[in-house]
Ligand binder design. Structure first.
Ligand code: ATP
Length: 322
């Protein structure tokens, strides 16, 4: 059957640990992070078209570029280039040895993004859309790239774009793009997400971190053994106690109202509370689904955020739904 459109569902992430090292000569910071995919999804549809285009609907759509800057369209271009390199047998992320005929990618694609992941919310929504576009075009064009090859292309698009392909719980190193699946207990964890009335720019939060650390010796980041042990044991109490994020303090400096959000969740009985990534979304760990609902009601009633949602994790990475 000739496929003319493909829809992929892709999860948001939270960082259970985000340890940031000193700035590197290339301007990036070395990271050790524990990504965790949660059940809050964007849907990305790609359809064969004469030229590339992108349309965004849903949560925060007005803040997302509907042009070539959109991360989903950047991913489409990166996949085309990777396919061209592969067809030419040229070195690149796919390697010269993988030379085969490029089966598709000519012409354009119309990308439609239905957003539920908050924009500039610290949940890597743009990277998720990039990952989804890669999976969708790989299917639409019958390109046949392996998951590893797609991860290599995602790494070219952005530091966070490979994890939504993998999903689950994974340790990220380097800029976050060197991924290794984490050994975790097969239990679901239950989370409450508090979406803020506002946005934070990731580079601005890193700049604020550097300013706060200006006169301090900053150690290289290290994975938290306590956090990993809690994940392996499926231990909610220890997991809640070992969540950590070096970007939380700078995010709170730039967005002080988030302190009230975190405090309200802890007062309502959350087993852990943290700013997600560079914020301003805050997340809370619940004991079970009923406790998550109670926490969500309490946070909503406290008037400390724009809206709340419950989510479970870990969930799988981007998958084709139709
Ligand atoms: P991260 O956690 O990876 O730092 P974030 O969740 O804070 O990212 P995103 O939602 O990924 O932030 O958006 C960051 C910026 O990227 C936005 O300001 C937006 O203009 C731009 N952007 C480009 N393409 C997209 C997309 N498809 N979805 C969301 N934002 C996009």
């Amino acid at each position: 059957m000739f496929v003319t459109s493909v829809t992929v569902r892709v999860p948001a992430k939270i960082n259970l640990q985000l340890a940031v090292g000193p700035p590197r000569p290339d301007g990036y910071h070395g990271l050790v992070t524990v990504f965790h995919a949660v059940s809050l999804f964007d849907d990305v549809t790609v359809a064969i078209a004469e030229a590339d285009s992108v349309t965004v609907t849903g949560e925060g759509a007005g803040l997302v570029p509907e042009n070539g800057d959109n991360l989903a369209l950047r991913a489409v271009r990166a996949l085309r280039q990777a396919m061209a390199r592969r067809a030419a047998g040229a070195p690149g992320p796919l390697g010269a040895s993988a030379a085969v005929d490029a089966p598709g990618g000519a012409g354009g694609v119309a990308v439609t993004i239905a957003k539920r992941i908050p924009v500039a919310g610290g949940m890597a929504g743009g990277s998720a859309d990039a990952a989804a576009a890669l999976v969708a075009c790989n299917e639409l064009w019958g390109a046949g790239l392996s998951p590893q090859e797609l991860c290599a292309v995602a790494g070219e698009v952005g530091s966070d774009a490979a994890f939504p392909l993998l999903g689950g719980t994974a340790v990220g190193r380097g800029r976050g793009e060197q991924l290794a699946p984490a050994l975790v207990s097969p239990v679901d964890f239950h989370w409450v997400l508090a979406f803020a009335d506002g946005h934070l720019s990731t580079p601005a939060v890193f700049r604020a971190l550097d300013k706060q650390r200006a006169r301090r010796e900053v150690p290289e980041p290290e994975l938290s053994n306590e956090l990993m042990a809690a994940l392996r044991a499926g231990d909610v109490e220890n997991l809640g106690a070992t969540l950590s994020n070096d970007l939380q303090e700078p995010a709170l400096t730039l967005f002080p109202a988030l302190r009230k959000t975190l405090d309200a969740g802890l007062e309502a009985g959350a087993r852990g509370a943290l700013v997600s990534g560079s914020g301003p979304t805050c997340y809370f760990l619940a004991r079970d689904p009923a406790h998550a609902t109670d926490l969500a009601v309490a946070l909503s009633g406290a008037g400390v955020c724009r809206s709340v949602a419950t989510a479970a994790g870990p969930v799988p990475g981007a998958w084709v739904v139709s």
